[in-house]
Design a protein around this ligand. Structure first.
Ligand SMILES: C[S@@+](CC[C@H](N)C(=O)[O-])C[C@H]1O[C@@H](n2cnc3c(N)ncnc32)[C@H](O)[C@@H]1O
Length: 252
C-alpha cells in the first residue's frame, strides 16, 4: 500500500498519540539501543529518543521515511522491510505501534525481530486485534461490492491466544498480552470517516475512478452512520492487542 505522509501527519497523528502509552513500558535511558519498526513519520521514534537511548526508526515506505528525516533531522531513519531486517543481536528493545496488522507473513516478521534483538531483548508492540474496525470493513466491503469489487481484507487482526502461540513458536516468552476495545474518535467531524478511509483503504481505492471512489466513500459513510456516528463525531471501532515479550535463545 502507498502511504501518504502528509495526510498521516495532518489527520491521523492520533495513531501515534495513542502509541505514546506503550512507551512507558520501554527502558529509554542512555545506553539502551531501540529499534522502532514501522516508524511512519517518526513521532514515536522521537519520543523514544528523548531520554538518551540510541534509536533507529525503520519503515518500508520511502515517503514516510523522507517525512521522518525532515521532521527529526537529528535522528537515524532507514527504509527497511520489517520482515527482512538486516540486524543481528543488536537491540535491547524492538518497539512498534500500529504496524503488525499490515504484515501478512507474521512468522517472517517475528523471525526478523528475534534476530534483531539481543538475548533477553524485549519486543514491545501494539496493533489491531481480532474484530478491529469490523463495522468499517463490513460497510466498505458492501459499498465496494455494489461496484462488483471483491474486497479482500489486507489486515492481520489476531486474538491474543493466536498471537501468544505465534510469539512462542518464534522464540519469545510472553510477559504481557491483552486485547481491548479502544473506540477512537476521528478528527474533522463529518469528514473524519471519509479521510480515514482515503488513508487506510488507499490500496483498494486505486481500483476506481474518482466518481466511483466518491460513491463508495459516501455509501460506506451511510452504512456506518447507525453504528459509529455518535454525538457529531465518527468513533472508529478499534480493538487493540498489546504485547510485551522477551527474546529467548531458540532451541534447534
Ligand atoms: C499506521 S502507520 C504507524 C506509524 C507509526 N508507528 C506511528 O505510530 O505513528 C503504519 C506504518 O507501518 C508501515 N509498514 C507497513 N508494512 C510494513 C513493513 N512490512 N515493514 C515496515 N514498515 C511497514 C507503513 O509504511 C506505515 O508507516
Amino acid at each position: 500500500m502507498k502511504w501518504n505522509s502528509n495526510l498521516y501527519d495532518n489527520k491521523h497523528s492520533f495513531v501515534a498519540e495513542y502509541g505514546k502509552a506503550m512507551i512507558d513500558f520501554v527502558n529509554t535511558q542512555k545506553g539502551q539501543k531501540i529499534l522502532d519498526v514501522g516508524c511512519g513519520t517518526g513521532i514515536l521514534t522521537n519520543e523514544l529518543a528523548k531520554n538518551g537511548a540510541a534509536v533507529i526508526g525503520t519503515d518500508s515506505s520511502k515517503d514516510m521515511i523522507d517525512a521522518a528525516k525532515s521532521n527529526y533531522p537529528h535522528l537515524i531513519f532507514q527504509v527497511q522491510d520489517a520482515t527482512n531486517l538486516p540486524y543481528k543481536n543488536e537491540f535491547d528493545t524492538v518497539f512498534s505501534n500500529a504496524v503488525f496488522h499490515w504484515i501478512q507473513n507474521q512468522e517472517k516478521l517475528l523471525h526478523s525481530i528475534h534476530n534483531s534483538l539481543g538475548n533477553n531483548g524485549m519486543l514491545i508492540c501494539e496493533f489491531g486485534a481480532k474484530n478491529n474496525i469490523s463495522q468499517i470493513q463490513t460497510a466498505f466491503e458492501e459499498a465496494a461490492g455494489q461496484k462488483r469489487y471483491i474486497y479482500c481484507s489486507p489486515f492481520f487482526f489476531p486474538s491474543k491466544e493466536e498471537y501468544k502461540l505465534l510469539l512462542e513458536q518464534a522464540g519469545f516468552e510472553v510477559k504481557h498480552i491483552i486485547e481491548y476495545d479502544r473506540p477512537t474518535p476521528l478528527a474533522d467531524g463529518e469528514k473524519g470517516l471519509y479521510n480515514w478511509i482515503c488513508q487506510f483503504f488507499a490500496g483498494d481505492l486505486l481500483n476506481f475512478s474518482n466518481e466511483e471512489k466518491e460513491e463508495i466513500l459516501l455509501e460506506t459513510e451511510r452504512l456506518c452512520r447507525n453504528s459509529i456516528w455518535k454525538s457529531g463525531q465518527w468513533i472508529a471501532d478499534y480493538r487493540r492487542i498489546q504485547v510485551i515479550a522477551v527474546r529467548k535463545v531458540k532451541k534447534e
